[in-house]
Design a protein around this ligand. Structure first.
Ligand code: HEC
Ligand code: HEC
Ligand code: HEC
Ligand code: HEC
Length: 442
């Protein structure tokens, strides 16, 4: 890296902000003047979120050792992206890779342009924080003059080409969905390209295709500390699920549902950029195909309930499978002697995760969600049957199943101490962030 050029980065970032007029602003800094800009800033009002680990303590056990066991919340408004990635326990003391910035705002792609896509992830999260001023900003989705849509993440452009939907060749409707899909998509951090973000769609974008890619490469995100299984993490595959839905086939996209057309006080139409959980105007957005808003809400609620009960079954099986493999390990059984069972756990948990980490799957593609969970259930059951054979050879061995009745008991089961994680985070914020990253204080 050329240190002189690097030293100029903050200045160049400012220049870029200046040239692209409204492309980079701070959350709610008062620059948002038009109704459209105000709607973008208004995602700051969508502050509600759920502590998913408190709601489902079994996640702490299933994700043990991956980082997701430390803290995992439901998504909220776009204005929170930078705040939340900075304060979440998963980014610890800032010494992890800067790649965690990749899908938080235009600062990340701007810096990638300066240091090189393949080198961005070699920096630490803390080092890059000072350049991340805007949370999911205009430049993520629009080119500099604002006329055209753009996918600004190079790895996402490559990924869209891999699934034979190159961005430049799509109509504006699909381009709109792809602006969302550049972040709302599953990914992994690829060691060979400096921990850069890669979207694993070489063989396609289904759970099976991606698993084939990971298995061929013998890739794992983390080793589960209890079972020793080599695990892969699914991350918010919203684009993947939507792309195989009836809606995608009919040109109903993320934008059709999450960005309504509205009228400003001068009577002009504008696109509402206050992206939030659900649709706002049934008549305008949905009634051409659906008869009743109440029925649609009921369908979504029913889908959610079905998915939740299917996932609970799979979670129970996986919790036990990890514990059983863990007991065998403790008793001296080698991973190679549990190979098929550990692969079964990997494959079942991958499918379960591909369904449950896809936010809104009950509205986007419930059928695929239920299909994934059905296969995951079979795979987890099979893995447990294999482990059972080994357990039967050791009648003296008693498996200890963890107490996952509360967040606290689950944390104790995997050796996590919330106060310690908080202290690490507080120190990072006090010494490296506050007063050092322009505009932020926590
Ligand atoms: C630069 C990356 C990025 C892009 C582009 C992006 N998102 Fe997001 N989105 C995020 C992140 C990160 C969050 C979670 C923020 C948090 O919880 O702090 C999020 C949250 C959301 C939420 C939850 C909002 C709420 O109020 O609960 C929805 C819905 C959503 N995005 C839809 C979209 C749609 C639709 C598009 C395309 C028009 C899009 N996103 C484009 C990164 C992105
Ligand atoms: C047919 C309309 C529709 C389409 C198309 C659609 N969504 Fe959604 N989406 C919804 C609804 C409705 C919900 C909320 C479901 C609920 O109430 O739980 C939702 C939920 C979400 C959430 C979770 C919000 C949260 O807080 O949990 C995200 C993120 C999201 N959508 C992103 C996207 C992205 C990205 C796309 C395109 C790839 C997309 N959606 C396509 C209707 C849609
Ligand atoms: C997450 C992606 C995303 C972000 C961030 C985003 N936009 Fe958009 N914008 C879109 C999409 C998608 C459309 C609808 C595209 C279409 O016209 O088909 C759109 C439409 C527009 C339009 C044309 C339609 C209209 O309503 O006049 C303008 C102008 C615009 N955006 C400006 C902005 C500005 C300014 C910002 C920052 C304050 C911004 N956008 C942030 C995705 C985004
Ligand atoms: C162009 C036509 C069209 C529009 C517009 C449309 N939908 Fe749909 N929607 C469909 C079709 C077709 C299906 C699949 C029907 C089926 O399987 O019975 C569907 C199914 C759904 C489902 C069930 C999804 C699942 O996975 O089970 C939901 C929820 C839904 N739509 C919500 C919406 C919402 C909300 C809007 C407006 C924001 C909307 N749709 C607009 C055509 C449309």
């Amino acid at each position: 890296m050329n240190p002189v050029v690097r030293g100029l980065a903050p200045l160049m970032a400012l220049v870029a902000m200046g040239t692209a007029a409204q492309t980079l602003h701070k959350p709610n800094d008062g620059i948002a003047t038009t109704a459209l800009e105000q709607s973008w800033a208004a995602t700051a009002n969508n502050s509600e979120r759920h502590d998913l680990l408190a709601e489902r303590p079994q996640l702490i056990w299933l994700y043990a050792g991956s980082g997701y066991d430390k803290q995992f919340n439901s998504p909220r408004g776009h204005q929170f992206a930078i705040n939340d990635v900075t304060t979440i326990f998963r980014t610890d003391d800032g010494s992890k890779t800067a790649s965690c910035w990749t899908c938080k705002g235009p600062g990340a792609t701007h810096e990638m342009g300066l240091v090189g896509e393949g080198r961005f992830g070699l920096h630490t999260f803390g080092q890059m924080g000072q350049y991340m001023s805007v949370s999911v900003g205009c430049a993520d989705c629009h080119d500099a003059d604002g006329e055209n849509l753009q996918v600004s993440r190079p790895h996402a452009l490559k990924a869209m080409a891999k699934i034979k939907q190159p961005f430049a060749e799509q109509d504006r409707t699909i381009q709109g969905a792809q602006t969302c899909g550049q972040c709302h998509v599953t990914y992994y951090m690829q060691p060979e390209i400096g921990n850069g973000v890669n979207i694993p769609w070489i063989f396609g974008s289904t759970a099976d295709d991606i698993e084939k890619y990971y298995d061929t490469r013998q890739f794992y995100d983390w080793i589960h500390p209890v079972s020793g299984a080599p695990m892969v993490k699914a991350r918010h595959p919203e684009y993947e699920h939507w792309s195989r839905s009836a809606h995608a086939e009919m040109g109903v996209t993320c934008v059709s549902c999450h960005m309504t057309t509205k009228i400003d006080d001068k009577g002009r139409e504008y696109t509402d950029h206050n992206i939030q959980q659900s649709w706002q105007n049934f008549e305008a957005q949905c009634s051409s195909c659906h008869e009743s808003e109440a029925e649609l809400k009921q369908t979504i609620a029913d889908n959610k309930q079905q998915i939740n009960s299917a996932r609970a079954e799979v979670e129970q099986l996986l919790v036990k499978a990890h514990a059983e493999a863990g007991a065998l390990r403790q008793d001296g059984v080698q991973p190679r002697d549990m190979g098929a069972a550990l692969m079964g756990i990997r494959h079942a948990q991958w499918r379960w995760d591909f369904a449950v980490s896809s936010h809104g799957i009950h509205a986007h593609n419930s059928k695929e969600g239920l299909d994934l969970l059905a296969v995951a259930k079979r795979q987890a059951t099979m893995a447990r049957a294999r482990l059972q054979l080994l357990l039967e050879q050791r009648p003296q061995l008693k498996v200890q199943y963890p107490d996952l009745s509360s967040k606290l008991s689950a944390q104790q089961a995997v050796g996590l101490d919330e106060a310690k994680m908080q202290a690490v985070k507080d120190k990072f914020l006090a010494t490296e962030v506050n007063g050092k990253w322009p505009g932020w204080s926590f």
